[in-house]
Design a protein around this ligand. Structure first.
Ligand code: 3PG
Ligand code: MG
Length: 407
């Protein structure tokens, strides 16, 4: 097995003593106006540390939320969290490219780190436009002359054609940061199909439309799809079971996703039946206790199914143990509740114990690894990307990665 090598420069190619502008993805959950620490800080801190220790002047760009939303806040709190991970000072300036930002950049010494304000507070950042147009914005034109190099480490935001992601690589020598490099290699591994043995994909979660697209795109690459979550029920519905619809008219998890995808789901079930494994038992909440039922015995859906059953979980774990590569997109159940974490945990444990190449993606599923007491080191790659991971799996190019490649 080998991961695809990207045709972009990395930090190994950077000359010493540079003034570097580094794009990170620190977009985080916000509670009471404050960013919450998460895996993204820890990962990006590695890139920042490497640059600072090498004696570069390090200026960071990142975004948070979108204008008009509650999570659209200043990055002042992000600077503190990053500083704690780095164990070194991270200066912050409440400006993106104006005089105050430029003064702070010019005042920076070798090995010092400065975070600029939320890129999305700058009007030029957001509209999705071609890199050429973004390179012409005042934001890019004002900042670029103060730097020798641009580093993009924000793989998880690289599906956006925003100024800080695609504009700078056109006007500055551009490099991939360590997070960018690692995420790119792992997430595109599936497309390069250089595995000798069985390639398995565990498909679950609530965004059925996303994972059904992924399945449709990877049908020739993946040998076995193991289904759970909302998509699992939609496939059972296509298989003629009384499952995969909303019980409560207020809920909208199944019916609209069924409407949007049933042709595709029915087609896949006809054409690729032998590649698709569906649950044979399911779990539900019976007065606060986990209860299980055989799919064959369900005459009518009158409860919400919150996990695959134990027999299904064991069968999926057996497939994992027999696989050369396993990709996970979405949890098999509501793992946040211990009683319904059996499917997700059983499969993740099997992956951790097996010597297969493994990638776990999507913010929520990766969270299960920590919550269930598993060790991240037992997986080849745990992605911090959501939308970008889906795009990589469906073979779509990422604007930010493309901009790096051609610079
Ligand atoms: C993310 O958090 O998924 C990325 O940072 C992209 O953010 P966005 O979905 O707000 O563009
Ligand atoms: Mg998102």
């Amino acid at each position: 097995m080998s991961t695809s090598t990207a045709s972009f420069d990395t930090l190994d190619d950077l000359d010493p003593g540079q003034r570097v502008l580094v794009r990170l993805d620190l977009n985080s959950p916000i509670e009471d106006g404050e960013p919450q620490d998460n895996r993204r800080f820890e990962r990006h801190a590695e890139t920042v540390r490497e640059l600072a220790e090498a004696g570069h002047r390090v200026v960071l760009l990142a975004h948070q939320g979108r204008p008009g939303r509650d999570d659209f806040v200043s990055l002042a709190g992000h600077a503190d969290i990053l500083a704690a991970h780095l164990d070194r000072e991270v200066a912050f300036v409440e400006d993106t490219y104006g005089e105050r930002a430029v003064d702070a950049i010019e005042a920076l010494g070798a090995g010092e780190v400065l975070l600029l304000e939320n890129t999305r507070m700058c009007e030029d950042e957001l509209p999705e436009e071609a890199p050429e147009a973004k390179a012409e914005t005042e934001f890019v034109r004002a900042l670029a002359p103060h730097f020798d190099a641009y580093v993009n480490d924000a793989y998880s935001a690289a599906h956006r054609s925003h100024a800080s992601l695609v504009g700078f690589p056109l006007v500055l020598p551009a490099y991939a940061g360590r997070v960018m490099e690692t995420e790119y290699g792992a997430n595109t591994a599936i497309a390069s199909k250089e595995f000798d043995g069985r390639v398995t994909m565990v498909v679950g979660g609530t965004k059925a439309t996303d994972v059904i697209d992924v399945m449709d795109n990877l049908g020739d690459t993946v040998d076995d799809f193991l289904l759970g979550g909302i998509a699992g029920e939609l496939f059972l519905r296509a298989d003629g079971r009384p499952l995969g619809f909303d019980l409560d008219p207020e809920q909208d998890l199944y019916d609209s996703q069924w409407e949007a995808n049933h042709d595709l789901v029915e087609g896949m079930l006809t054409e690729r039946r032998d590649q698709i494994t569906l649950a044979t038992d399911l779990a539900y909440d019976d007065g606060g206790e986990r209860a299980e039922v055989d799919v064959a015995d369900i005459d009518e859906k009158d409860v919400s199914y919150l996990d695959v059953g134990t027999r299904t979980a064991e069968a999926y774990a057996d497939v994992v143990r027999d696989s050369e590569a396993v990709f996970v997109k979405g949890a098999l159940g509501v793992f946040e509740e211990e009683a319904f974490s059996v499917g997700t945990v059983t499969v993740l444990e099997a992956i951790a114990e097996t010597d297969c190449f493994s990638v776990v993606g999507g913010g929520d599923t990766s969270r299960a690894i920590g919550m269930c007491g598993l060790n991240e080191a037992d997986f080849d790659h745990v992605s911090i990307a959501g939308g970008a991971y889906i795009r990589a799996l469906t073979g779509q190019p990422l604007a930010g990665v493309e901009a790096l490649k051609r610079s």
